[in-house]
Design a binder for this molecule. Structure first.
Ligand code: FE2
Length: 132
């Protein structure tokens, strides 16, 4: 699968958050590697999990600081995603299936979710950040 390309239109008006989004793209890109064995996949999962949680926390802190009016809906999306990631991690640990397939499927979902979230949900707070 092609690498996820960063486009200027993805910017949410905060350099730190933009950088975290770019780092997430890079982490997701790395998942689709047919040579990943089980322990490498576990490491990739853990890294992603840590990074997602750190990023969501930072983003949520900023949105609270600026008094973003649609915070609850945004938090719900983050919570749903955290739940999904926990479930995916648990099933990866219990199944020990085809790592290449797991990595690929994971990447397809993550790419779709993250792009959608950044392009639609995150863009909605851009004007709040720019008005700081
Ligand atoms: Fe977000």
């Amino acid at each position: 699968m092609a690498r996820i390309e960063w486009l200027e239109e993805y910017s949410v008006g905060d350099a730190g958050i933009d950088r975290q989004h770019q780092d997430l793209f890079a982490l997701i890109d790395r998942l689709d590697d047919a040579s990943l064995d089980t322990s490498a996949m576990s490491v990739a999962f853990e890294k992603l999990d840590l990074y997602v949680n750190e990023h969501f926390r930072d983003e949520e802190d900023i949105l609270k600081q600026v008094g973003y009016d649609d915070l609850d809906a945004h938090l719900r999306q983050h919570d749903e995603f955290r739940d999904w990631l926990n479930t995916a991690k648990a099933s990866f640990k219990s199944e020990h299936g085809d790592n290449a397939a797991v990595g690929h499927n994971l990447q397809v979902f993550l790419k779709d979710w993250l792009l959608n979230h950044i392009i639609k949900t995150d863009q909605a707070y851009k004007s709040w950040l720019e008005g700081r």
